[in-house]
Every structure is written in structure tokens, then in C-alpha cells.
Design a protein around this ligand. Sequence first.
Ligand SMILES: NC(=O)c1ccc[n+]([C@@H]2O[C@H](COP(=O)([O-])OP(=O)(O)OC[C@H]3O[C@@H](n4cnc5c(N)ncnc54)[C@H](O)[C@@H]3O)[C@@H](O)[C@H]2O)c1
Length: 348
Amino acid sequence: MNYLGKIRARSAQASSHYASYSSGKSRAPKRVLVTGGAGFLGSHLCETLLAAGHQVICLDNFSTGMRRNIAHLKGVDRFNAVAHDIVQPLDLEVDEIYNLACPASPPHYQADPVHTTKTCVLGSLNLLELAARTGARILQASTSEVYGDPNVHPQVESYWGNVNSFGPRSCYDEGKRCAETLFFDFHNTHGVEIKIIRIFNTYGPRMRPDDGRVVSNFIVQALTGQDITIYGDGSQTRSFCFVDDLIGGMVRMMASPSSLTGPVNLGNPGEFTIRELAEQVIGLTGSRSQIIHRPLPVDDPRQRRPDISLAMQELDWRPKIDLSSGLRQTIDYFDGLLTRPARELEAV
Ligand SMILES: NC(=O)c1ccc[n+]([C@@H]2O[C@H](COP(=O)([O-])OP(=O)(O)OC[C@H]3O[C@@H](n4cnc5c(N)ncnc54)[C@H](O)[C@@H]3O)[C@@H](O)[C@H]2O)c1
């Protein structure tokens, strides 16, 4: 589908996200800052916000984000892309801020762990100061990783988590936890309007082929005929949310009454073992790849499943797209991407 077709489809979807949740005032066009807007989730969010009529400033340091994710938006006059690292202070006039800037996959956030912590902590501080100065409402993309390797299942927002403070995942897990602390302290001491969502494993088109997360790993391995690598015996579980469902929940959270600060879990409560995921990917791609096993990484959680009662009650939100239809759309995306010549991909 071309961009116009896509933005029309998104427009219908975005107005349904907004219609049930926004007052007349919040439906008015706004100047919206999306940090991490060239990333996987951020680029889908930018599209949804443009389709709803807003002016969008997409800010990114292009560390894991890709210019090709937003190339199709460049011609839209309400869209601006700015290269900036949120670790550095910034000054803009905005009405709403979605803070998505942070590498999300373990190989990427572990590549420069100190910068990951700075992004979570100093980046949030800079954006909260911007929100305090402008009066903007600010949403934090927090994560299920704040629950660590959970002792409570499924994970409910009131659970404090089980997190290692100095393991290989800590720069991300503790960075995101500290960001939540800063959000609440700015809310309590400066009256900043905050929204915190805890995102559980989300997948879909525009993930990077080298992302290192399980869905993209399995699909790329299946499409290229490589062995499918399962870490551990494959009995560990995860829940997988399709990107369109997640973005719907995110904009609903931003448009919710000021009294709802969160944290609110957003994810798909369907729970699958990693082995089941591998088998579904092999079935849907028709691949001849074999499953092989490697040792489990340190601090890898055994079980993950969101309790989404709060999101259902407060946002009237629940995911609609099941795993096999989400996987089909994601497989189509990677199939197209992997068959494009490398030169063409570098150009965008
Ligand atoms: N996708 C998921 O399953 C998931 C789950 C939990 C939380 N999240 C959170 O959602 C957000 C987006 O995740 P994603 O999956 O789209 O990841 P992503 O890596 O595709 O996107 C992150 C974006 O942030 C940019 N970025 C990173 N550090 C930055 C910095 N210091 N300054 C400016 N830009 C920076 C990257 O270039 C990239 O465009 C992240 O904050 C992540 O922690 C995602």
C-alpha cells in the first residue's frame, strides 16, 4: 500500500483510538514530540499521530532507528525529523511528548550499557524538564523488564519486580525503573502530567533484521534457511503483541484523563513457549530450517505474561490481532526487505 493509502487506513484506525477516549479538546491538532520516532514502534506511532491530524516532531539519534522507517513521511508538511540525542538537553515548543528513545533489544542496549543508562535517566530528565517548562503531557515507554525475572505470574502493575542491579540487563532494567521514579517525582513535585506504560514484547514490520529479539531472529533465520536458535530448552514463555494493537493502547493512554498516571501494562496476554513460536514461524514460512539449542543467557526471565485488567478497565483496550495473523504480516515485511538489494536499502 502506498503512503496515502496507508495514512487513510491509519486515519480510520487512529480516529477509532481517539474517538472513544478523547474529549473534544484533546482531539484538536497538537504539536507532538516523538523521541525514538525513527525506531520500530516510534515510526508506527508517528504515522498514527499524523493520520489523526497532529504536527509531529520525530527526534532520534539514529542509533538503532533507521531513516528508511520514516522516509515515506518526509513529504508530509506536518512532519519534521530532527537528529538529536536525548542525553543532551533540548528546547522545543510542544503540547505532548512520547518518550520512546532507547534501544530495546538486549544486544543493542548492552553494546554501550553506560549510554543506555544515560538515555533512560538523563534523557528522561531532559524531557521531563521540557514538559515542566512547556506544560506538555509526557508519556514514558517503560517496559515489562522492570519486573525482571518475575516471582509473580502473570505480572500485575502492583508487583515490584525481581531485578538484578548489576547483571548484563541492568543498564536497561534499572535505567527504566529509575525513569519511572523520575516521572513520578516530577509529577509530585512539579505537577507534570505523566503517563507510564509498561510494554510487553511487541513485534511487527520495521523491526530490524539484526534486532536480536526472538520474533525477528526466528523469522530471518527461517526465511534465509538458517538453523533456528532456541536459547535453553524452549519451555520458557513469552507473550507477543502486534505493533498496531500496542500503538492503539499507547494513544489511548496519552488521551486518558489526567488522573490516570499509570503504570499500565500493555501487551498481549496470550502466552506461548519459545518452542511453539519457533514451530509457528517454521509452519508459516514453509521453511526447512532445523531447531537448534544454545545455553540460556544470564538473567533471562522464565515466564512473561501481562495482566492487562487495568488497561481493559481504564482504557477499554485489549489486543485484537492474534499471533498467526501478526506473524504473517511480519513475515511479509521481512520477506520484502530481505529480497531488496543491499544498495537500495542503504540509500534510504
Ligand atoms: N518493542 C518492544 O517489545 C518494547 C518492549 C518494551 C519497551 N519498549 C520500549 O519502547 C521504545 C521503543 O522500542 P522499539 O522496539 O521501537 O526499539 P527501537 O530500538 O527500534 O527504537 C528506539 C529508537 O530510539 C532511538 N534512540 C536510542 N537512544 C536514543 C537517544 N539517546 N537519543 C535519541 N534517540 C535514541 C533509536 O535510534 C531508535 O530509533 C523503547 O523505549 C523501548 O524500551 C519496547
